[in-house]
Design a protein around this ligand. Sequence first.
Ligand SMILES: NC(=O)c1ccc[n+]([C@@H]2O[C@H](COP(=O)([O-])OP(=O)(O)OC[C@H]3O[C@@H](n4cnc5c(N)ncnc54)[C@H](OP(=O)(O)O)[C@@H]3O)[C@@H](O)[C@H]2O)c1
Length: 209
Amino acid sequence: MQIAIIGSGNIGGGLARAWRRAGHGVTFGARDPNEAELATLCTEIGAKAKSIADSVTGAEVVVLAMPFGALDSVLAATGDLAGIIVIDATNAVTRGTSGMTLEYGHTTSSGEQVQARIPRARVVRSFNAQGAENLANPTYGDVVASNFYCGDDAEAKHAVALLITDVGFEPIDAGPLASARLLEPLMLLWITCSRTVGTRDLGFKLLRR
Ligand SMILES: NC(=O)c1ccc[n+]([C@@H]2O[C@H](COP(=O)([O-])OP(=O)(O)OC[C@H]3O[C@@H](n4cnc5c(N)ncnc54)[C@H](OP(=O)(O)O)[C@@H]3O)[C@@H](O)[C@H]2O)c1
């Protein structure tokens, strides 16, 4: 697939590496597409970097992998992304003196807020509920970590499930986009546990018989 990734940091860069290995085309959308570190990454993995507006031209999938606070300016550049699969990997959190808290609590979610701003896009929420380190290696011994996704468009969710598999995770369908309200606290649980356990080498697994 042709994938545009807005943001080339921990999440955007990690997804790009995995998807290039799986044979997908990756174009980063960046505020400065000529920035040196981004250029090095592109050369290393065989990706392109363009302005945010240009990066989404021809993309079948657009990934939001920048701070949630940048959403309005990013969508002003991308347009309404009508018909495009949009994977929201952002986390709408506020950093305070007592740590991170959810910007939206439990009454809505970043995923639903993204969909509300671009109603003609097909938003799927994923990749938000574990540390970015997992994108490089989601396997723990013989166990493949789970990665949850949710959305309201069945075809878009199927495509995203395949992309999750390409990163190396087990995709778990978490239901409609409103389930993003559950995935965002899961991210806070992951962060809290990474501190109590003392490592970011942690993944979630949904067990089944
Ligand atoms: N890190 C994690 O473990 C993790 C896990 C799950 C979800 N997330 C979420 O994923 C998102 C990205 O996190 P990250 O850790 O990858 O962050 P990061 O390493 O700091 O990278 C952020 C990326 O977003 C770009 N960016 C920043 N402000 C922007 C703006 N106004 N417009 C366009 N691009 C902008 C940055 O590019 P510039 O060079 O232009 O600054 C950079 O490429 C966040 O919403 C975060 O909450 C992170």
